[in-house]
Write a protein that binds this ligand. Structure first.
Ligand code: KG4
Ligand code: ZN
Length: 338
């Protein structure tokens, strides 16, 4: 089954061709960072306009790289939400047009389910049930993936997403946008034990996350006398260590409530070197099968949307004439469509 997949939920204009939810024949993504950098964050109106300008070319590029024509396709998959409404609408409108004009079935995918299916690309299929730690610029959550169509959020951030915390703290340190990768690089030269920034612990048996207290504590520290004299690499490494501790503590707590056949780390923050190393070390020590997709499938991409659409195809089939983008698309699939 050859699916054309389209992803425009935020600021990456992405298209891919995926066979049987696993083989990525092509995956192209145009990053818009250069357009948003001077504003220090994503400007929704600019993101939508860039999608309008770039999407058709991205789709044709994806088909060309796969060596295919429109007539070879078996369906069109698209991110229908959650995300920025103006950005989503561009991808959904295009996908509807392709599906309608080519008489192909249309599959409406939840962006977060795409991240869950990223480890299914280019490899043997991991076995359910899986525990997924999904950490990106917009989301931070722990997901119990019981099957392709049955997933539950076990814990989520109460304030900032992990990537957002990285980006905001990077800004406090004077690093360029997007700050996560820059902070990661700086932290590699610093001492993670230089400063003991607070680690959020939820009350009771909650698996929720929180990063706003940590970010504020770094801000107050940087404004203090000690902070003004601190080495930025030590502050970066100490902040990063606190984020990694919080994420790994919740992952371990959730895993203990299993059973699970494996753990998955996905989303843009999965590219973080300290988090990757903590995740791998923990999994090896506890003999847990661990899945860490390559960076190109961790950050936003269309191939993961093609994977999710394939595995959920009966549940997410949509009508090309009536599908609407939904910026608040619920995480759970409606029971009757599973
Ligand atoms: O998944 P993604 O590409 O987009 C969203 O769905 O949000 O994630 C982007 C986020 C940004 O906040 C970025 O700073 C963060 O992932 N990120 C990192 C690293 N690489 C990307 N954060 C920490 N360390 C990194 N190496
Ligand atoms: Zn994402």
């Amino acid at each position: 089954m050859l699916l054309l997949a389209i992803e425009t939920s935020c600021d990456d204009t992405a298209a891919a061709v995926v066979r049987d939810g696993r083989d990525v024949l092509s995956s192209v993504a145009t990053n818009q960072d250069a357009f948003h950098a001077k504003y220090g964050g994503i400007v929704p109106e600019i993101a939508s306009r860039r999608h309008v300008a770039l999407l058709s070319a991205a789709v044709e590029d994806a088909l060309g790289r796969a060596g295919l024509a429109f007539a070879d396709l078996d369906g069109v998959a698209v991110t229908a939400g959650p995300g920025l409404i103006g950005s989503l609408v561009v991808g959904v409108a295009a996908a509807k047009a392709y599906a309608f004009a080519l008489h192909l079935p249309l599959y409406a995918v939840n962006h977060l389910h795409g991240h869950v299916f990223a480890p299914f690309l280019d490899r043997e299929r991991p076995q359910f049930p899986l525990l997924t730690l999904l950490v990106s610029g917009g989301h931070s959550q722990l997901v119990a993936v019981e099957s392709a169509t049955s997933m539950r959020i076990l814990g989520r951030t109460r304030d900032d997403a992990a990537g957002e915390a990285f980006d905001k703290t990077a800004r406090l340190l004077g690093l360029p946008y997007p700050g996560g990768p820059a902070l990661d690089a700086l932290a590699q030269r610093g001492n993670p034990r230089a400063y003991a920034f607070p680690r959020h612990r939820p009350a009771g048996d909650s698996l929720d996350l929180s990063f706003s207290g940590l970010k504020t504590s770094v801000r107050y520290f940087l404004e203090s006398e000690n902070g003004r004299e601190a080495r930025p690499e030590d502050v970066a490494a100490s902040f990063q260590a606190a984020v990694v501790d919080v994420l790994m503590a919740r992952l371990q707590a959730a895993y203990g409530r299993g059973p699970y056949n494996g753990v998955v780390l996905s989303g843009g923050v999965a590219a973080n070197s300290a988090l990757q190393s903590a995740f791998r070390t923990w999994a090896e020590r506890n003999r847990v099968p661990a899945y860490l997709p390559p960076p190109k499938y961790c950050t936003d991409n269309a191939a993961m949307i093609g994977a999710a659409a394939f595995h959920q195809r009966r549940a997410v089939r949509a009508d090309p004439l009536t599908l609407c983008a939904d910026p608040n698309l619920p995480f759970e699939l409606p029971a009757r469509r599973r």
